[in-house]
Design a protein around this ligand. Sequence first.
Ligand SMILES: Nc1ncnc2c1ncn2[C@@H]1O[C@H](COP(=O)(O)OP(=O)(O)O)[C@@H](O)[C@H]1O
Ligand SMILES: [Mg+2]
Length: 318
Amino acid sequence: MADCTPVRELKAPGVGKLTLDRVAEVVECVEDLALFNPEELSERAGIEPEKAAAIVRAARRLAREKLGLKRVYSGAEYARVLEGRDVLTTGVGALDELLGGGLRTWDVYEFAGEFGTGKTQLCHQLAVTVQLPPSRGGLSGKAVYIDTEGTFSPQRVEAMAERFGVERPLDGVYVIRPLNVDELEEAVIEDLPALMRDNVRLIVVDSIIALYRAEFKGREMLAARQQRINYLLDWLKRYARRYGSVVAMTNQVLSQPVPWGVSIKVPAGGNIIAHASTHRLIIRRAGDAWVMEVLDSPILARGSSAKFAVTGRGLEDA
Ligand SMILES: Nc1ncnc2c1ncn2[C@@H]1O[C@H](COP(=O)(O)OP(=O)(O)O)[C@@H](O)[C@H]1O
Ligand SMILES: [Mg+2]
């Protein structure tokens, strides 16, 4: 269990017990309160903006003290922090190699592809491999599986776990099945901190786009939709940083016509998802094989690809 300093212990100028009680209904620990923007806290807890600002500032100071975090690093220090990050195996040799060893904590991985390309299978597999010990490529951690399409399958997790020798795998997975964007945001902001503190090292969102597409229809809603997606992804990145977790999300693809050619498939969600993802990968089915290709990444070669297979045992080397 990660540290939790009760919010009621916080001391901020001009902030009384009643205000802290209201905040405590939304956030339990000072360490998590430090992740809020003042406006978000003001809105969520229903308190005045000035008080929210004072509370968030005090929370950040206390959290830095308790967690031994720094506000400024030297370049060399920061390089050491980055290099010290843990890596999570996909359970597929070729995919790990494509990803430069596996999935790195703090980073956001986007897996886009058409229906039936194995995105959901991959998410299930990661929810299993994250439970493996580091000696076997795991993070000895748990997973949160945000299932927006209703395709989470306990049976698939168990089948894959058997292959990897993970016992009682469902004890290591939290499932969130939000019905709409509001419930998704509520779960991420209010429920996730307690789960993260219970050693969650992987956040899966399968898929990032489904609820938003269903709810924000038409061109005139596009700006609002993009803003809300951005808001959610920003929260996931805060948790990833704070708790040393991997974020893996799936995305649908859209056909984009190109002049004088056949249409190409591009991930949905436009610039917002593109910017939020550290690494964008696209999965295609090619006959009996599956291919994952790097679309965009700061460290992986664009256009490089790897083959894999999806079987009853999960994702495997082709
Ligand atoms: N139990 C299973 N045994 C063998 N193959 C399976 C099994 N479950 C799923 N698959 C394979 O995975 C594919 C579906 O992958 P899925 O991850 O659901 O796609 P996506 O999420 O990209 O729409 C199926 O077409 C099938 O080839
Ligand atoms: Mg799916």
